[in-house]
Design a protein around this ligand. Structure first.
Ligand SMILES: C[S@@+](CC[C@H](N)C(=O)[O-])C[C@H]1O[C@@H](n2cnc3c(N)ncnc32)[C@H](O)[C@@H]1O
Ligand SMILES: [Zn+2]
Ligand SMILES: [Zn+2]
Length: 438
């Protein structure tokens, strides 16, 4: 089996963690993970990046002796613990097997040739892989028609020092052994699953993954995290020499400060858990965004501007920037996003362009004054529509968006008190990275 960099790094990192792994929050999280699944006796389950088998053994109990569970992982230490637990369970676990293999090259695992599964699970691992879409595409070839795949991805504020580290590495063009920057919201996980050809049944936010809920760090704590992540724990040798470390130090501080609001950097102990199904006819699922069916419609006060959308709205981004305040005459302006190809302006005689900056173009209705849309030069595939233009009656309870994030909070009107809506809070112009794009 060829071991590429990603697997190599994973082994280096997880080998040292294997021994104490079952004493971490993963034991509890895998129990919560399986509670979202409806695994039936007799089913065949494939547990990818199975680690010490925490989830595989729970699955073995759910499928019973008439079913089968196959766990695959690349780290010998993790697999040794899984094997030890299997032996100690004697007959109870005779229908579970563990195989050493690289889950992003499953074609190299001989034992899987020609096998199809009812359920595939990937717990606490998706963000370790450089290309989540390609990984899911490959995994779903091992699903029976109608089979289910379940996986989770981190909340953008989960282990906030990790997201800072990833941004630093990307800015300095250094390799980093995980890829979490795409995972921004429930909808980014939905999008990545759909783009990989599986139909999403649900995506939920699971809070309190490791048990601390939310906590915040002081601005000056950037230095502690820098030392821990860049100097002490750099297992992947991303920051290989002193010159790189020196450069990284300034960038780390900058990225840390960008995340701060009112002098504090918030950490949110949550993940998004997605459950998707391979279509029953075995075909690839095609997202609604590319069909002509109308998902919702909208328009301005006078009706001069009207549109339809063949994609559901994303969750809501509430912008508190000065420009949004001034053009709306209000304290903030909320938007939803949709793929631009999904939107048709059926009436647009009064739709006028307003350019307040070089990176974004807004439109508004010249008759009634309503702000309509905003489109970003760096994201030509999406358009943001003001939520007030959305015709609520054209939405169902499933598609009604909720507030996902507040942005530009540094410009927030002082009298606006944010409710405890669970939404993300972002201070600065970094919002451009945060839109629901994949
Ligand atoms: C955080 S652990 C999760 C283990 C288990 N799914 C659980 O929830 O307890 C991540 C696991 O991914 C494995 N892993 C990382 N990259 C891998 C790869 N390319 N192929 C197979 N396993 C991999 C690691 O060895 C590690 O056991
Ligand atoms: Zn109008
Ligand atoms: Zn704004």
């Amino acid at each position: 089996m060829s071991i590429d960099r990603q697997a190599d790094n994973a082994i280096r990192f997880y080998e040292s963690k294997s021994r104490d792994y079952d004493d971490t929050w993963h034991s509890d999280f895998t129990k919560r993970f399986i509670s979202f699944l409806d695994i039936q006796p007799g089913q065949h389950v494939l547990d990818l990046a199975c680690g010490t088998g925490l989830l595989s053994f729970l699955e073995a109990e759910a499928v019973g002796p008439g079913g089968q569970v196959v766990g695959i992982d690349v780290t010998p230490g993790m697999l040794a613990i899984a094997a030890h637990k299997k032996t100690h369970g004697s007959d109870k676990y005779s229908h579970v097997s563990f195989i050493k293999g690289d889950v992003i090259h499953l074609e190299e695992t001989e034992e899987l040739k020609g096998r199809l599964f009812d359920v595939i699970t990937v717990a606490s691992a998706l963000v370790l892989f450089p290309d989540p879409k390609a990984a899911i595409e490959q995994w779903s070839t091992y699903l029976k028609p109608g089979g289910v795949i379940a996986l989770d991805a981190t909340h953008p504020r989960n282990l906030v020092s990790g997201i800072v580290l990833e941004r630093v590495a990307r800015r300095l063009d250094l390799p980093i052994p995980y890829n979490r920057s795409w995972s921004k919201s429930e909808s980014s996980l939905k999008n990545v699953l759909e783009s990989a050809g599986v139909e999403v049944e649900q995506v939920v936010t699971v809070n309190n993954q490791a048990g601390y809920g939310r906590r915040s760090y002081k601005m000056e704590q950037w230095d502690d995290f820098f030392v821990e992540n860049v100097i002490v724990k750099d297992v992947a040798k991303t920051f290989a020499n002193n010159e790189i470390r020196r450069k990284a130090q300034g960038v780390y501080k900058e990225e840390w400060e960008k995340l701060a609001i009112d002098g504090k950097v918030e950490e949110v102990d949550a993940v998004f858990l997605g459950i998707a199904r391979k279509p029953a006819d075995g075909s690839r699922y095609i997202s609604k965004a590319v069909t002509d069916e109308v998902c919702f419609k909208g328009g301005c006060r006078c009706g001069g501007v009207q549109y339809t959308s063949s994609a559901n709205p994303s969750d809501i981004t509430v912008c508190h920037c000065r420009a949004c305040q001034q053009i709306s005459g209000s304290d903030y302006l909320p938007f939803i996003d949709v793929p631009i190809a999904a939107v048709k302006f059926t009436h647009s005689s009064t739709r006028k362009i307003l350019k307040l900056s070089t990176f974004a173009e807004r439109t508004f209705c010249s008759d009634c004054g309503a702000p309509i849309s905003m489109a970003f030069a760096n994201d030509p595939k999406h358009i943001s529509l003001t939520t007030a233009t959305v015709d609520l009656e054209s939405l169902t309870s499933d598609t009604t968006p909720k507030v996902a994030r507040h942005i530009f909070l540094r410009e927030k009107a002082p009298w606006v008190v944010l409710s405890d809506d669970g939404a993300e809070r972002w201070g600065t112009e970094e919002f451009a990275h945060l839109f629901n794009v994949t």
